[in-house]
Design a protein around this ligand. Sequence first.
Ligand SMILES: Cc1cc2nc3c(=O)[nH]c(=O)nc-3n(C[C@H](O)[C@H](O)[C@H](O)COP(=O)(O)OP(=O)(O)OC[C@H]3O[C@@H](n4cnc5c(N)ncnc54)[C@H](O)[C@@H]3O)c2cc1C
Length: 333
Amino acid sequence: MKKIAVLGAGLTGASAAASLVRQGHQVTVFDKGRAAGGRMSSKRTEQGYLDMGAQYFTARSDVFTQQVKQWLEAGLVELWRCKTALLSDDEGVISLTASEDKQQRFIGIPSMQSPVSALLQGIPLLTSCRIHKLDYQQQCWTLYAEDGQHYAGFDAVLVTVPPVQAQQLMTQSGLANIFDSVTDLLEPCWAVAVQAQSIPYGDAIFCQHPQLRFISHQQHKTGRSSCYILHFNAQFSALHLDEPAEFWFERSSQILRQELQVKGDIKTLVAHRWLYASQKDQMAPPGILAMPAQQLWAAGDWSYGGRVENAYLAGLQLAQAVHEYSDHTEAMR
Ligand SMILES: Cc1cc2nc3c(=O)[nH]c(=O)nc-3n(C[C@H](O)[C@H](O)[C@H](O)COP(=O)(O)OP(=O)(O)OC[C@H]3O[C@@H](n4cnc5c(N)ncnc54)[C@H](O)[C@@H]3O)c2cc1C
């Protein structure tokens, strides 16, 4: 049995931790956020949850399909019965058309982080705990948190935080920078929640638009506040990265009124900036990064192409890497 620290309680960290515990290891998970979930977090309001990050997930691999089946049976996820549509901009002419497809899309209930929390059930999780330095001495890792606490005696560390944050951690720790080539992998996204009259088509509106990439209506999602979530595309989000919430409220209201012909009151609720949201299509995913001799392993959704499913698979791959390396070193003795 090894004592293992997992940095990050998103789906990658949760999937790795659950798998390692099943293998008999002693695992502690650390996250800087107030709860588990990472980019699958939903914001709690009196009217219900707002999914500010991932809106849904798909299951393509056999392994993840099996896991989703278990979550469905346990009532942790449901099929999102959404109508899909396409918002396109043809040289300034905006059109919204229904575009039904056969893709099954799943959501966590009552919030996106439900399956993440379920994986972490019974596993020690320290939240509001930002790890800012790692130290490796005599085959043991010590983790230093920003609040002055430290956690010692780990045989292995799994890093599942986004690459830029991982690189900062390695620099602060004086460790080799294994993340140098992957810091450009994740792009930003501003997400805005608004209450507005219904848009004619669609709960899941894919956007080929100069500013937006996705609009989601929460009305058919159990446990959610019935509102719209607008996701601005990476290019527009990056261009206006430091604009305040008011800028994003104004932009959202204008698009809804002028381009989608929404009438009546528009109530802006929340604007959230994701610095590292989703994968750049153009870049090849790198797989797991590692310092095997020190037992430091790193992966995330970005290791296998982004998205929720790849985060889950990355977690399993991390657990497998620890396992195989332990077997290998045992055999060498
Ligand atoms: C706006 C948006 C929309 C999306 N839409 C979809 C979608 O519709 N479908 C889909 O499949 N995917 C979608 N995604 C992507 C999906 O959310 C991610 O692929 C997945 O959640 C990534 O999980 P992860 O565990 O790899 O990373 P994360 O969820 O980012 O987890 C990393 C964790 O590390 C923690 N952390 C960071 N630094 C530290 C530190 N120093 N110390 C301690 N903890 C730290 C963070 O708090 C975080 O909880 C979307 C993402 C965003 C942001």
